[in-house]
Write a protein that binds this ligand. Structure first.
Ligand code: PLP
Length: 403
């Protein structure tokens, strides 16, 4: 794997921040976008912009073909049974809201949903909103001291009212890669479906929804080198067929009258309004990017960066890393002594290091760790060991400054 060749596709990586070379370590929040994706967006805006599914015109048909080519590609990429199981949304958040709202209609007062302590707010709040419509009880799986789910506790939460498990594949704070197949197997042995929040898995791990046997799998394009504003909801056809539409409008209907409206077939039943067909078309190029490098190479490189950086950071006095699971993706959440995460992040920024500070949309997790927030550095395939060295040196400097 030639990192220099990879980096050439990302002009933004040559940016300066406050006069220093930018070191972008906020990939968990969003990854950067390679030029083939940017070019695909430009090409479509300059050559093929016409609304999809609405016209006999050549240009509209071309645009539709491009959008639908991505749908087929995604289906094949994650090994869905059919492209009808691939729904385009605005992101992981909207994908989960869709399930909470629509699948939520199938639930009854007193039904229970199992979540975990490490969920992003995107996989907590939609279920709470559902709880405002119906009396839904949320059961929460705790974590252990290294940031792994307590699977015994998980198994003990099931009863005859359990109707869904909603769990992240990878934690955006701790980096923990959850044993998602085991989690799904156990839920299925209790006839309970599972929604997987795959936002932090898809950039790093080959996902095969049929092998996992996930009932729903949600992810965002912008975290996997793709455009902003696009998400994917994979759902098993048998669930999607049972579920009522999420939003109403154009594209999702078969026939509209003031007395009776009928809905389109899958997947269009869940895609009201004009989709971001430009971004969807360009997403195909992000999948090319990942496939050309290969998940094995991505994972090996990111893991090497994670191990190298973690070992050196732990030598810094006062360093505390949150999330030390064996099976971990390249995310390092940390604090130094009693220093505020915000101060550490601000000082790192003056050195050109772009990290994230705060609760990372995981306040219940922060509360369980007894902290308000962390500094989070996260790697992508284009990060180098030289950048890791500069980052470690900067953290050392900041630690010394704050002493
Ligand atoms: N779930 C997890 C685990 C995430 O890390 C994120 C974003 O950081 C989301 C959901 C929400 O993704 P989006 O904002 O793209 O909808």
């Amino acid at each position: 794997m030639d990192i220099n060749k990879i980096r050439e596709q990302f002009p933004i990586l040559n940016r300066k921040i406050k006069g220093k070379d930018m070191i972008y370590l906020d990939n968990t929040a969003t990854s950067q976008t390679p030029m083939p994706v940017v070019d695909a967006i430009t090409d479509m805006y300059t050559q093929t912009k016409a609304n999809v599914h609405r016209g006999v015109s050549t240009i509209s048909q071309e645009a539709t073909d491009m959008q639908e080519a991505t749908r087929r590609r995604v289906a094949q990429w994650i090994n869905a049974s059919s492209e009808q199981e691939i729904i385009f949304t605005r992101g992981t958040t909207e994908a989960i809201n869709l399930v909470a709202s629509s699948f939520g209609n199938l639930l009854e007062n007193g039904d229970e949903i199992i979540l975990t302590t490490m969920e992003h707010h995107a996989n907590i709040v939609p279920w709470q909103l559902l709880g405002q419509r119906k009396r839904i009880i949320l059961r929460i799986v705790p974590i252990n001291e290294v940031g792994e789910l307590n699977l015994n506790a998980y198994r003990s939460l099931f009863n005859e009212r359990t109707k869904l498990v909603a769990v992240c594949h990878v934690s955006n704070v701790l980096g923990t890669v959850n044993p998602i197949k085991d989690i799904i197997d156990f839920a299925h042995s209790n006839s309970v479906p599972v929604l997987v929040d795959g936002a932090q898995a898809i950039p790093h791990i080959k996902v095969d929804v049929r092998d996992l046997d996930a009932d729903f799998y949600a992810f965002s394009a912008h975290k996997m080198y793709g455009p902003t504003g696009i998400g994917i909801l994979y759902g098993k056809k048998r669930w999607l067929e049972m579920m009522p539409p999420y939003q109403g409008g154009g594209e999702m209907i078969a026939n509209v009258s003031f007395d009776n409206t009928t809905f389109a077939e899958l997947p269009f039943k869940f895609e009201a309004g004009t989709p971001d067909f430009v971004g969807i078309a360009a997403l195909n190029k992000a999948i090319d990017f990942i496939e050309e490098i290969g998940y094995d190479n991505i994972a090996a490189h990111e893991h090497a960066l994670l191990t190298y950086t973690t070992e050196r950071m732990l030598k810094i006095p006062g360093m505390k890393i949150f999330g030390t699971s064996e099976n971990k993706s390249a995310v390092i959440s940390f604090l130094i002594g009693n220093e505020h995460h915000y101060d550490i992040g601000m000082l790192l920024d003056t050195l050109g290091i772009e990290v994230r500070t705060g609760h990372h949309c995981a306040q219940p997790l922060m509360r369980s760790l007894g902290i308000e927030g962390t500094v989070r550095a996260s790697f992508a395939v284009y990060n180098t060991f030289e950048e890791a060295d500069k980052f470690i040196a900067a953290v050392e400097r900041v630690a010394a400054m704050l002493k």
